[in-house]
Write a protein that binds this ligand. Sequence first.
Ligand SMILES: Nc1ncnc2c1ncn2[C@@H]1O[C@H](COP(=O)(O)OP(=O)(O)OP(=O)(O)O)[C@@H](O)[C@H]1O
Ligand SMILES: O=P(O)(O)OC[C@H]1O[C@H](OP(=O)(O)OP(=O)(O)O)[C@H](O)[C@@H]1O
Ligand SMILES: [Mg+2]
Length: 299
Amino acid sequence: MNTTNRLRIAIQKSGRLSKDCQSLLKQLGVKLNLREQRLIAHSTNMPIDVLRVRDDDIPGLVMDGVCDLGIVGENVLVETQAERERVGQANAVKKLSKLDFGYCRLALAWPQELGQQSKDWFNGKRIATTYPEILKQYLADENIDASVVMLTGSVEVAPRAGLADAICDLVSTGATLEANGLMQGDTILESNACLIQNANLNDDNKLSLINKLLPRLKGVRQAKESKYIMLHAPKAKLEEVCALLPGTGQPTLLSLAGSEDYVALHMVSSETLFWETMEELKALGANSILVMPIEKMME
Ligand SMILES: Nc1ncnc2c1ncn2[C@@H]1O[C@H](COP(=O)(O)OP(=O)(O)OP(=O)(O)O)[C@@H](O)[C@H]1O
Ligand SMILES: O=P(O)(O)OC[C@H]1O[C@H](OP(=O)(O)OP(=O)(O)O)[C@H](O)[C@@H]1O
Ligand SMILES: [Mg+2]
């Protein structure tokens, strides 16, 4: 159990999620002194320690209470939960939020030269994967009688190396499958990075710190999706201009020095402004149209 009074957050040390995790913590206002080889990084402005580990270890560290929070892919979370369930180990976590990075899918794939295949083809075949529990559950649900070959890496080379007939691996752009002459089949699981919490956490100070971080997380997400829009609009066409603007927010109108016919319009929009809409605004006589990113938001 984590007995320190500082909130412990587990993130991936190096890999697909590490940069996004570090920049998320920064956006949440957590200042870290990250030295390359250190396992633990202490925050300099909050009672927070960040543990940098392999992603496979993150769910277990949170489930066992060694860490209070963790950021991990849902693929690794679901696999660890199933594995621990099978052996009767603690596997509960509280999922606090899905995050907007680390999107990938766990999909079946087989050598391209075999062409399109139905599910029946997998009967009697060997499928290589790093996610045996998720795959076995899928095979059972689909009534497929295939054997599972567990590999911790380089799964995509398994068919060529004669280790398996097919694979079940993570896919994002599909470039890895293509480079290895593999054809993508069914998606078994869609995954994003997510923020998890130890299910038994009951330290009031830590819980109140988490309650401070969560609205910030929401603010970071809203800010990413929102834009600040500024433009000059002819007073006579104001209603038509407003009707074209996305989102439901009320615009702010400001008078323009030296202009009787135009006003400046500012608004926060939950969406971006597409080129087509900007062209329509221009056609109504609007000008100086600016669409700007927002860094932080709090309602
Ligand atoms: N191509 C991808 N695009 C986006 N996210 C991905 C991609 N591949 C994997 N991920 C997500 O990022 C997580 C970490 O992937 P990575 O390849 O860095 O893991 P790893 O090699 O197992 O790293 P570690 O050394 O920490 O065990 C995956 O579990 C998944 O959730
Ligand atoms: O569909 P793609 O965009 O090609 O992405 C998929 C690849 O990305 C991940 O590996 P990663 O590149 O992180 O390296 P790793 O296999 O060494 O973990 C994953 O394991 C796939 O191999
Ligand atoms: Mg890993």
